[in-house]
Design a protein around this ligand. Structure first.
Ligand SMILES: Nc1ncnc2c1ncn2[C@@H]1O[C@H](COP(=O)(O)OP(=O)(O)O)[C@@H](O)[C@H]1O
Ligand SMILES: [Mg+2]
Length: 386
């Protein structure tokens, strides 16, 4: 509230102590000795100041962050160095440009990590094409304002929004749009204060941390509380809007959350809506997609479902999908982690039996059926695929 920091209090106390010390010294020692001590104190103070400044500048990237997680920080920015201009009759191939930017790795990672999500992947491809053409145009010296890339990711929990945002940050970095390509995850509490005067510094601190990367605001609609006129969310939104406009080449903001609530948020905040250039909708997964996601997750950890366990898992998911707090791929991951625990427990319960490599990898129905959701379950007998 007072813009007053404990750090400054400590510095003032230290300076005061030095001054008192020097005045005492002045009355007890001869003048030449006093001048030497004074010079020493001055040099010491100067080196501490320079050292701490260098430390602050080299400091925070990638450390743990009370105001939102920082993920995949990048050491050192990719330089958008001076490129030699091509002549007007030169030709370039976009495939070569794609290779030189190294973006194939991002698409391979997206395909490998994420089952389905075809429309989302298509949209990511479109953004990549836009920036790729922009890059090539720059090589010919063709001027144009940098495209606006603030985005909105809508979808239910566990549909891959955060995962895609991380890949997007990497992509934008590789294509030279972002200097660092890290992702700062923030929610309302990281941005909005409870008392007057807290919101602006809070929001600005998070924005500073996100500079050069992506600021991912999860459940962004909580920033705005229409019913509460004393709420500081609007102050935060105003700062965000200004920052998004003035620093659009240094920071990409991704707002994320449920689709319907996001739509309401944009209706109440047309300024925000007009600054969002790309909307990516993450559809809930079908049962078959969830199963495929589960198989892929297990495969990455060298486990697999026996054919019977696969049927049991299908039954489990059918029940789980209709329950509260179902979180798509995250629920799949959680249940598979529990299955892994039961698998280990089953093997450990019979320690004298010799186990093969396959035994160590294979999840059996008992590892799934032990789930409280399926005991007893009439569904186990129904809905079996033929
Ligand atoms: N299509 C998918 N294929 C494989 N794993 C996925 C898929 N979508 C999400 N996941 C996994 O599910 C978990 C939750 O995803 P996340 O990106 O955090 O979802 P959200 O941000 O939408 O809540 C992560 O472990 C992620 O890797
Ligand atoms: Mg998320």
């Amino acid at each position: 509230m007072y813009g007053f920091h404990v750090r400054y209090l400590k510095t003032s106390m230290l300076l005061l102590a030095v001054l008192v010390g020097l005045s005492i010294l002045y009355s007890y020692v001869s003048r030449p000795i006093f001048v030497v001590v004074l010079g020493g104190v001055f040099i010491l103070g100067l080196s501490i100041a320079i050292g701490s400044n260098a430390w602050t500048q080299a400091g925070p990237a990638g450390t743990s962050d009370p105001e939102g997680a920082v993920t995949t920080p990048r050491r050192g920015a990719r330089r958008r160095g001076r490129v030699e201009l091509l002549s007007a009759d030169a030709t370039v191939s976009l495939a070569d440009e794609r290779r030189s930017a190294g973006i194939e790795d991002v698409f391979t990672a997206l395909d490998r990590q994420l089952v389905g999500l075809v429309p989302v992947k298509k949209k990511v491809e479109e953004v990549a094409s836009l920036l790729l053409v922009d890059r090539v145009r720059q090589r010919f010296g063709l001027e144009a304002p940098r495209p606006n890339l603030h985005m909105c990711f809508t979808g239910d929990p566990g549909t891959g929004k955060t995962t895609v945002a991380l890949q997007m940050a990497d992509l934008l970095y590789r294509l030279g749009y972002l200097e660092k390509g890290h992702l700062v995850h923030a929610m309302r509490d990281d941005l909005v204060g409870e008392f007057i005067g807290q919101t602006a510094p809070k929001t600005k601190r998070v924005l500073e941390r996100a500079m050069g990367g992506v600021l991912f605001i999860d459940e962004a609609y909580y920033l705005y509380r229409a019913a509460d006129s004393k709420d500081y969310g609007q102050e935060c939104i105003d700062i965000l809007l200004q920052f998004m406009e003035n620093n659009r080449d240094k920071l990409v903001v991704i707002l994320a959350g449920y689709r319907d609530r996001m739509d309401e948020f944009f209706e109440s905040n047309p300024g925000m809506s007009s600054r969002i250039a790309h909307h990516l909708d993450f559809a809930p997964y079908t049962l078959d997609e969830l199963l495929a996601i589960g198989r892929a997750m297990l495969d990455r950890s060298s486990y697999y479902l026996s054919p019977e366990a696969e049927l049991a898992f299908r039954d489990y998911l059918t029940v789980r999908m209709g329950q509260p707090r179902f979180a798509n791929a995250r629920s799949v991951r959680n249940e598979l982690e529990r299955s892994r625990l039961r698998h280990a427990h089953r093997l450990a319960a019979d320690p004298e039996t010799s186990r093969s490599m396959d035994d160590l990898m294979r999840i059996e129905p008992a590892d799934i059926l032990a789930s409280p959701l399926l005991t007893p379950s009439p569904l186990s007998a129904l809905n079996r695929p033929t």
